[in-house]
Design a binder for this molecule. Sequence first.
Ligand code: GCU
Length: 372
Amino acid sequence: MERSVPRLLVSQNGHEIDSARLWAEQRRPELLDLFAEQVYGRQPVQRPEGMTFTASLPDAACFDGKAVRKTIAIAFTGEHGGEGRIRLTLYVPAEADGIQQGRRYPAFLLFDHGRLSAEANELHATSSFWPVEQIVACGYATAMIAAEDIDPDEHDGFRNGVHGLFDAIDRPRASDAWGTIAAWAWGLSRAMDYLETDPAIDPARVAVIGHSRGGKTALWAGALDERFAMVVSNESGCTGAAISRGKAGERIHQINTVFPHWFSENYKRYNNREDELPVDQHMLLALIAPRLLYVSSAAEDEWADPASEYLSLQLAEPAYRLYGADGLASEPFPQLDSPLHAARCGYHIRAGRHDLTEVDWTYVLAFAKQRL
Ligand code: GCU
């Protein structure tokens, strides 16, 4: 289906963007700014001064000694007092005698929104949402942080979570102030701050992954924070990977009504007015270029709209081409469970319902192999 979307490689003042340099210096910053202002809202703080990492004693006995688990508390103080704490659970591949000294592993950082528990526990071993044993067996470390530690997923007028810690208290909330998705993305960057310091992790090879609202979060985190070498959106749908114009399933007015806290106040202007948005979601995907990008869908997930997710990935290809990488623009929509893996971009549509499963992980890990 043909859809008319804003032009990726034409700057707001009408100039053609025809080189990686122009993309990186002009178009990318201007698109990031548009997404921050009109869609997700601006993060008022980056890494808080005085943020600390406190690691617990590693637990070496996971999966018959194949992994070592560490838990880390990322702690910070708010602008006007108040304390924040994000718990990070990390599994690192191990030999029989523990983590190999000096070896640095690539890692998958998962954003959880209530499927797991922020508290490290044995359930991680059996979850298909986060199949730690499978990931570790492929040679990757894997970490997880949870939404509840950053900003609880409820509309409380932005009082709890990091909004309460960092938002200005002396003036009314701005129409481009950060929503909950932007707050969660901020949390992923703080997790990356920690991973950069862990001697077992290769910070140049960290992938960020999320499912559904977590997929929207992973994409915005990956767009903002170029330390993420790979970004995976699983079934992120509306205001995630999917093109908004002409989308089936969930539309902007619906997401803004049911989840009024997810995005900036400005985004509500586009309820039933997708065509007035200065951006569309292929531009969000393009902000990941030239880094690795993986989008996945599920056949029965009409709410997210697989066709619009795939189209978005195809329309992001011109940004990759500026860096000499082909995308999937010439590939027809794939068969179920037949992943398409180009040099820097991958896609699959799995049979079944809205979920992140071991099958999704299998395809994602196969893409990451040799690339990440
Ligand atoms: C709702 C919401 C979606 C979201 C999903 C999820 O269905 O409408 O936008 O992706 O929840 O996070 O599971």
